[in-house]
Ligand binder design. Structure first.
Ligand code: ASP
Length: 612
């Protein structure tokens, strides 16, 4: 037997017991004729004491960091206790030991506070995984998956695997493709998600499906994305939107309870996509803090049923060209910052001018505690006019009002970023506070200017809101004047789709699906697909819809992201055992890599010279 206990098991109650431990050498401390060794495994650290006799033996058979050691001995009470460790009141008085394996000197120290940089730790990920922090992250990941599985099982969901080698039907991200040796010149694709399979399972009658499953998307990797990532993928039959929201509100609350011990008793708030964009500039708002956006000016057609929050005369008649020419003017009132210095406001201006934000400038109004108002646009606006703006922004004395002006899309995005940044600077985005939100009623379509056509905002299997189906059926998708695409009836069609948002991150999204062949065909044609193309790509699904497809809908959660947020980290990589780097490389395996001529020949594949 290699061990009687793990390195995390022994405590003061075990004093006097004869034990055998096995693990890795964390530290060696020599004090004259005796040596202390901290022995580590997955479960903890136990101090070993090598007395005089064994110390001599140790000198003959020296050990080093990360050696694999087996030690027999007797548990005894420590004189110098470490009450921060569960095993900190005892040590094992070693009577004999065996070096099970030696170790080269590790390239970085295997401690919470490591000296290893990111690349080095990724190259030696198997050593990095020995570190407590990384281990805790993987334990959290396992706890989340266990909790999800338990909940879904208790609610009648069945875990069904779906294939990884499928057909390429890119409708969103790019597919990873896999050449087939047995079918020369033909390719599989790796699934971007099991979307169509889970829908087919509904047609087959498996009315509650789930899978914790890898998805593959060959996208340019924006910050903190992985080319392969994991979803908690779910689908249900005979459901309406409310049934899905209730079921998965239950799931996330269960995860909070099981993993974090948090009783999230409040109902998850719901907000429409329109409201989210209007009040936060963003469809995944962080609602841990308020600081809502004031819409001082918006172009016609966008949010057509809404009004500016200010009479346009108040901002138009000033002679201030920036406001007059701008398509959109948006503002936030930042609490308690009216005393910002010139240096601070200059810094904020630089912040919004950074290429990632892309604004030309920033206008300030300082609404002082004594009620007086100063601004960077005093030349154009009287104090009375500034007060009208301050009121429209719902500012209070001591607030700093920040105003952005420009084209609609960029300005809305910028105000959202600015709001988040100010929330962060003011400490309003608290790490240990969790705020969930459902965002509902997304637009069904998005206009793709490059292709001058509509694309599905979610995916092409999402159903329109019942009240919008007629609009979709009775209008042609053709856009005659691209500049006026917002006037096309498709621009306002809403989808029966929903996202779950946690602290400003989309953690899940799904929809009620189309389940009738006619409507699905109409959807494909709205997306510019010919009948033949739709048949070639999705004939199997259209066919299945002829054999009694039930009404159905589902959702998928971004499992890696959910774990990262629950673990208080910005990076999903910390929660994946063997992640890729930002260029999609596995630096440990050194993949992707070339394959040899023989493999290429078997696949009948040649590499184009100009690329080589
Ligand atoms: N398959 C979808 C996705 O990956 C989620 C869903 O609609 O269930 O985004």
């Amino acid at each position: 037997m290699y061990r009687t206990h793990t390195c995390g098991a022994l405590n003061i109650q075990d004093t006097g017991k004869e034990v055998t431990l096995a693990g890795w050498v964390q530290t060696i401390r020599k004090f004259g004729a005796i040596t202390f060794v901290d022995l580590r495994d997955r479960y903890g650290i136990t101090q070993l004491l090598f007395g005089e006799a064994l110390n001599r033996e140790l000198e003959m058979h020296p050990i080093g960091r990360e050696y694999v050691l087996q030690a027999k001995g007797v548990v005894s009470e420590r004189s110098n206790k470490n009450l921060n460790l569960p095993t900190g009141e005892i040590e094992v008085n070693v009577t004999s030991f065996t070096i099970l394996n030696a170790s080269a000197t590790p390239p970085f120290t295997i401690q919470d506070d490591t000296d290893g940089g990111d690349d080095l730790r990724m190259k030696y990920r198997y050593l990095d995984l020995r570190r407590n922090m990384v281990k805790r992250n993987l334990e959290l990941r396992y706890a989340v998956s266990r909790s999800a599985r338990n909940y879904l099982h208790e609610n009648g969901f069945m875990d069904i695997e779906t294939p990884f080698l499928i057909k390429s039907t890119p409708e969103g991200a790019r597919d990873f493709v896999v050449p087939s040796r047995m079918n020369t010149g033909q390719f599989y694709a790796l699934p971007q998600s099991p979307q169509t399979f889970k829908q087919l399972l509904m047609v087959s009658g498996y009315d509650r499906y789930y899978q914790i499953v890898k998805c593959f998307r060959d996208e340019d990797l924006r910050a903190d994305r992985q080319p392969e990532f994991t979803q908690i993928d779910c689908e249900m039959s005979f459901v309406e939107q409310k049934d899905i929201l209730d079921m998965f509100e239950g799931l996330i609350k269960r995860i909070f309870k099981d993993v974090k011990g948090i009783d999230y008793t409040a109902a998850i708030e719901k907000i429409s996509w329109d409201d989210a964009m209007w009040h936060y500039g963003n469809d995944k708002p962080d609602t841990r803090f308020n600081m809502q956006v004031a819409n001082l000016k918006v172009p016609p057609h966008v949010f057509s049923d809404r009004r500016h929050t200010i009479p346009q005369t108040a901002i138009g008649a000033s002679g201030f060209k920036v406001f007059q020419d701008a398509e959109t003017i948006l503002a936030i009132a930042v609490p308690g910052c009216s005393a910002y210095s010139r240096k601070q406001t200059d810094e904020l201006t630089e912040w919004v001018k950074r290429p990632q934000i892309g604004m030309k400038g920033l206008v300030f109004i300082k609404y002082d505690t004594d009620g007086s108002i100063k601004s960077s646009i005093d030349k154009f606006f009287s104090p009375e006019q500034l007060k009208v703006i301050a009121d429209a922004v719902k500012a209070r004395p001591s607030d700093l009002i920040l105003i952005l002006a420009g084209d609609e899309e960029r300005t809305r995005k910028a105000v959202s970023e600015l709001r988040l940044e100010m929330g962060k600077r003011l400490g309003l985005r608290k790490e240990n506070e969790f705020r969930l939100l459902w965002v509902l009623d997304f637009p069904l379509f998005e206009y793709d200017a490059d292709q001058n056509r509509w694309v599905a905002r979610h995916h092409p299997f999402t159903s329109p809101k019942p009240s919008d189906i007629d609009t979709m059926i009775h209008h042609s998708p053709v856009i005659k004047d691209p500049a006026k695409y917002l006037e096309h009836p498709y621009a306002v069609i809403k989808a029966n789709a929903y996202d779950m948002v946690l602290n400003g991150n989309e953690i899940g999204g799904g929809s009620i699906r189309i389940f009738q062949r006619d409507l699905q065909e109409k959807m494909f044609s709205a997306l510019g697909m010919s009948k033949e193309e739709a048949q070639y790509k999705f004939g199997f699904l259209l066919g299945a819809f002829e054999y009694g497809a039930p009404p159905h809908g589902g959702i998928a959660f971004g499992f890696d992201r959910l774990c990262a947020i629950l673990g208080g980290s910005e990076s999903i990589r910390d929660f994946i055992a063997f992640p890729k780097n930002n260029s999609g490389r596995d630096v440990m395996l050194d993949a992707p890599a070339t394959i040899d001529e023989h493999q290429l020949a078997e696949l009948s594949i040649g590499i184009r010279k100009e690329i080589k």
